[in-house]
Design a protein around this ligand. Structure first.
Ligand code: AMP
Ligand code: ZN
Length: 130
């Protein structure tokens, strides 16, 4: 069994690898500490149903690495953004969505401080309800 110092060192190393934030609800979902309705998962991204959907399909596509917002995306994050969009592509195909919307909120429109893309489809998708 690991002693506490080793455990802390291991946790710190993992945190650097994935740049997680202890107090972040989406990091906790990525770590499996908070349960969610998982939709898809890849090396860099995870997709789960929004807990408070505003349309028939309301999926959040989230990078596993903790990036606070669109404003904090850096040069090193290009592959993560591609992974998120490819996951959206696959979901649109799998669910045969004829019309859909992908949205990022920012500033005071953003309520969870971990980058996420909303995939919305079905019913009356309204801008002002995001
Ligand atoms: P935003 O306003 O763009 O930051 O959107 C945050 C979204 O996260 C909202 O639509 C919330 O309903 C959703 N949300 C917050 N906590 C959870 C959770 N634990 N599981 C699933 N969705 C969540
Ligand atoms: Zn996070």
């Amino acid at each position: 069994m690991l002693n506490k110092a080793k455990w802390l060192a291991k946790e710190a190393a993992l945190r650097v690898k994935y740049m997680t934030s202890k107090d972040c609800i989406f990091c906790q979902i990525v770590a499996g500490e908070v349960k969610t309705e998982l939709v898809d998962q890849s090396e860099d991204a995870i997709a789960f149903n929004d807990v408070n959907p505003i349309s028939a399909v309301h999926i959040l596509i989230v990078p596993k690495r903790h990036i606070e917002s669109v404003l904090k995306i850096g040069d090193d994050d290009a592959s993560i953004l591609v992974a998120m969009h490819q996951m959206a592509q696959q979901l649109v195909k799998d669910k045969k969505l004829e019309a859909f919307r992908l949205a990022f909120n920012g500033g005071s429109y953003q309520h969870v401080g971990h980058l996420h893309m909303h995939l919305l489809a079905g019913g009356n998708v309204k801008w002002n309800k995001l």
